[in-house]
Design a protein around this ligand. Structure first.
Ligand code: CTP
Ligand code: MG
Length: 249
């Protein structure tokens, strides 16, 4: 009899299939250099050095070879098991990543956990990975975010304030978003089965919120875990990186 407790499998899906329209420019933002290395490098390095077992990298059809050669091989990321082609919307890319992870695990996924992460967020760190995973093991979901600092208003189509949610109840949501694999896989299968379910989907937590009864647990990430979205974010990113390098806070 096997008395060893089977270790649960953990995977990360890193998304890099976006076009970076708000950033503009010729190079897709996930490949822009930050201190000589592509933005995408930083989150892959974090997962590589974490306890995560397997990484699936999702990118554009024209960038698969570049990612494989210039990122995965060049930096020696040995946990990247596959570089797969994403889709038109972010949720299409996530779905491709989920399928690739499912194939890799070959059906042994009932107690596996997956972290879904934007490759455009370079400042993820080991404590964030750990707390997202810990929450998922406890609650089946662990979604990283931070309480807002500004007051948030809900506006109508003409730009008039409709409501002001209580600030202490309002969070900015980041990634990684972490889930029990079968939960997120089934939620995605359901969402992908009907076009009307896909309207307005902007993150993975939303898929669980709308397609299942499972509550989504929020966990604190960091205010530095920014998504590089527009050109001014590159300056903020450089400042964060420099401060981390010099250790001056
Ligand atoms: N992403 C993806 N596939 C898509 C769209 C987005 O893999 N079809 C990824 C992006 O590469 C990014 C993350 O999802 O790492 C968050 O998306 P976002 O910041 O919106 O990036 P882009 O879609 O590239 O940017 P934009 O919306 O300005 O075009
Ligand atoms: Mg986008």
């Amino acid at each position: 009899m096997d008395i060893c407790k089977k270790r649960v499998r953990t995977g990360a899906i890193v998304l890099a299939a976006g076009k970076g329209k708000r950033m503009g420019g010729d190079t897709r933002k996930q490949f822009l250099l930050l201190d000589g290395r592509p933005i995408l490098y930083y989150s892959l390095r974090c997962f590589e050095t974490s306890d995560i077992d397997d990484i699936i990298l999702v990118t554009g059809v024209d960038d698969v070879d570049y990612c494989q050669r210039e990122i995965v091989e060049a930096y020696g990321f040995r946990k990247v098991r596959a570089v797969v082609v994403g889709g038109k919307e972010r949720y299409h890319s996530v779905y491709e990543g989920l399928k690739a992870l499912g194939s890799l695990w070959n059906g042994n996924d009932a107690d596996g956990y997956v972290l879904i992460h934007d490759g455009a967020r370079p400042f993820i760190d080991l404590p964030i990975v750990e707390s997202a995973l810990e929450a998922a093991k406890k609650y089946r979901t662990g979604v990283v975010g931070m309480p807002v600092k500004d007051t948030i208003k809900i506006a109508d189509a003409d730009g008039f304030a409709l409501a002001t949610p209580k600030r202490s109840d309002t969070w900015l949501i980041q990634t990684p978003q972490s889930f029990l694999y079968p939960l997120i896989r089934e939620a995605y299968e359901k969402m992908m089965s009907r076009e009307e379910y896909q309207e307005g989907i902007t993150d993975d937590a939303m898929v669980v919120e709308t397609m299942t009864d499972c509550p989504v647990k929020l966990v604190e990430g960091s205010y530095e875990n920014i998504k590089v979205t527009t050109p001014e974010d590159m300056e903020v990113a450089m400042a964060i990186l420099n401060r981390r390098k010099t250790g001056i806070s």
